[in-house]
Design a protein around this ligand. Sequence first.
Ligand SMILES: NC(=O)c1ccc[n+]([C@@H]2O[C@H](COP(=O)([O-])OP(=O)(O)OC[C@H]3O[C@@H](n4cnc5c(N)ncnc54)[C@H](O)[C@@H]3O)[C@@H](O)[C@H]2O)c1
Length: 315
Amino acid sequence: MMETILVTGGAGYIGSAAVRALIEKGHDVVIVDNLSNGKKKFIDSRAKFYEVDLVDKENLAKVFSENKIDAVMHFAGYKAVDESMENAVKYSDNITGTVNLLNMMVKYKVNKIIYSSSAAVYGIPKEFLVDENCALSTINYYGFTKLASEEMIVWYSRIHEFKYISLRYFNVAGDAGLNYTDPDAKNVMSIIMEVLAGKRDKFVIYGDNYDTRDGTCIRDYIDINDLVDAHILALDAEENGIINLGTSTGVSVKELVDMTMEVTGKKLNYEVGSSREGDPAGFVASNEKAKKVLGWVPKRGIREMIKTTYRAYFG
Ligand SMILES: NC(=O)c1ccc[n+]([C@@H]2O[C@H](COP(=O)([O-])OP(=O)(O)OC[C@H]3O[C@@H](n4cnc5c(N)ncnc54)[C@H](O)[C@@H]3O)[C@@H](O)[C@H]2O)c1
């Protein structure tokens, strides 16, 4: 059924890819983004765009009164972990923005939300393979804002009877054909691309003495196109739920380095540094629940993510 979907953060990396997929499915899309990290060039011209901050209740109300919204995909949020530990005031906007959005949904009787949560809600997990029942324990303020928002959504759903799916993404990588390059590279894949581009001297592997197949940490990478597929499936989900999005397998940092050189044909300047306190040897999402509830399985592998990211950076 064709619906009008409000996409918060629709000028950002993941939101812009979701907007395009929604439009291609025949939906109408309304975007709200404050352009703090998003870019005008990523805003799909077929969508209706409001440059509004979610903390600005008055202007957010206009978005709801001027459009008949059927469901919300809530991507908007600040996401730099280090910055969240220096500026709680800014990162509290992730929570305030979610509260404002939920209140508008109640007022305008919008009864479905898909929320971008994060693996950060697990802190430093004890388990290698993390499922949704593993202990939640945030170790940075960013993670807390994600967990707080998740919990609010559950409560609002109980009290105001709307449907929700919160998706806990692991590391999102790859390009959705929009040639996205990260303005503030913090994740491994974009850092690697910046080393290849000569913007940084070298890539550092933090420790090679972990109890893993090659001694380096194992992490889980999910392709942005697979992630968007999961959101589209979540729109039609029958049940509510909080669901991990990852591969159940993972890739070691050394494997990622080797595969980058193999796929790009370029030499990556890297060194092995000392391990960082609190870095778990493995941190991989079990995707059993995603399979069961959404019928979702990741289709693209790490080589494809490297290839499309490389293309986005180097043309
Ligand atoms: N990229 C990842 O690996 C990853 C992993 C886990 C979770 N997430 C979550 O997914 C969501 C999208 O991430 P992304 O990588 O696309 O980030 P992004 O920064 O590219 O996109 C977020 C967008 O939200 C906008 N925004 C931020 N605060 C806002 C506010 N108060 N009001 C209106 N707009 C606001 C920004 O301008 C930006 O366009 C975020 O909530 C992030 O926490 C991302």
